[in-house]
Write a protein that binds this ligand. Structure first.
Ligand SMILES: [Zn+2]
Length: 356
């Protein structure tokens, strides 16, 4: 197993089928889609056979992908090739009761299931969710840190009731790592770390083609690597975590300005801190590529990435980590939904094989 496509995570994915790697252009069915998703066929055969050699005109199987963020819920339809053929979003209202949040999510989900059938002629096979943490093991409950009304909210069971479909979920940062390995900047790399630097800092690690879960499902929380001993107090209780120094919230607290109005110094510093964490991860886990996305990192652009790379070069000196690269995510704003779709496709295949 030397391929992270598709986001299977258990090392038993089928090999590439060259007959499927056709790079066909995608013909979106309406305007609100990401038509940049024309990608080689992933080695996903959701119905157990080479059912993916289809054209855009036949009924595609899709996963209903849901991204539970701090300020919005987004949903989309993701084919087995990772094409996002439709999407919708709704803002998360603050200060409402748990059921109000769920109703707005369920309305959007039901609308997309209708559109899958009526506008796309698509069959929804499962629901895949990427959620802001923390989540409980098995994704039974979610407690997204920025949605205070949801504490131990039984999202999986509720979505299953609403959709009558199998529901699979994972942390949003891990979902994004799956997406990067499937179709993004880590495509073809069996070993990598994906890092999101936005309001918070999240991450996911793929080793030997498998997304790491860890004892409680939280492996890859790169945001809590210490980069500034004795530094700012982190939400986790420690001091000087990457998240406490380099997240959007931290930058705002440190500079008094939103991360959309950065100084050169703060862009450089943030890059350096991310580079430090990346070096530790590459040294510890034998990685040669770190994919970084998120609004802060991508917004700081070349200044950030240059500074991160210089720092990584400075601290990744082992024979296997020397030359490690930091590279920007290629999935832009489609990443979270592609990642949630990946979680759904992976869950379907695992459940068929009895791997849970
Ligand atoms: Zn921390």
């Amino acid at each position: 197993m030397s391929d992270t496509r598709p986001p299977d995570g258990d090392g038993t994915a089928t090999s590439d089928d060259p007959t499927l790697a056709t790079q066909r252009p995608v013909v979106p069915a309406d305007g609100d889609v990401d038509s940049s998703r024309a990608q080689p066929e992933p080695d996903v055969a959701p119905s157990g056979g080479p059912a993916l050699g289809t054209t855009e005109r036949t009924s595609p199987d899709v996963v209903l992908a849901i991204d539970i963020g701090g300020t919005k819920f987004a949903a989309g339809l993701v084919t087995a090739r990772g094409e996002l053929i439709d999407r919708a979003r709704v803002e998360v209202e603050q200060d409402v009761v748990p059921e109000a949040h769920y109703t707005s999510l369920a309305d959007m989900v039901e609308g997309l299931i209708e559109r899958a059938r009526d506008q796309h002629g698509a069959k929804v096979r499962a629901v895949g969710v990427g959620a802001a943490g923390p989540v409980s093991r098995g994704f039974e409950t979610v407690s997204p840190v920025n949605i205070p009304a949801w504490r131990n909210f039984p999202l999986r069971a509720r979505l299953q009731d609403t959709t009558q479909l199998p529901v699979f979920g994972d942390l949003d940062a891990k979902a994004l790592a799956l997406a990067e390995g499937w179709l993004g900047a880590a495509q073809g790399h069996p070993n990598f770390c994906a890092l999101t630097v936005s309001t918070g800092v999240g991450g996911g690690v793929v080793l030997d083609g498998e997304l790491l879960d860890g004892a409680t499902g939280n492996a890859g929380h790169i945001g809590h690597i210490i980069v500034e001993p004795g530094g700012r107090r982190c939400g986790c209780g420690a001091q000087g975590c990457l998240e406490a120094e380099a997240s959007g919230l931290a930058i705002e607290a440190i500079t008094g300005r939103p991360p959309t109005e950065p100084t050169y110094e703060i862009m450089q510093r943030t890059g350096r801190l991310v580079g430090l964490a990346a070096a530790s991860v590459c040294n510890a886990l034998d990685l040669s590529i770190v994919v970084v996305g998120g609004s802060v990192a991508l917004g700081f652009a070349a200044t950030f990435f240059h500074s991160a790379q210089v720092t990584l070069d400075e601290y990744a000196k082992l024979p296997y980590s020397r030359g490690a690269r930091i590279t920007p995510s290629r999935l832009a704003d489609s990443g979270p939904l592609i990642g949630a779709g990946a979680v759904g496709w992976r869950g379907l295949r695992r459940s068929r094989r009895g791997v849970l």
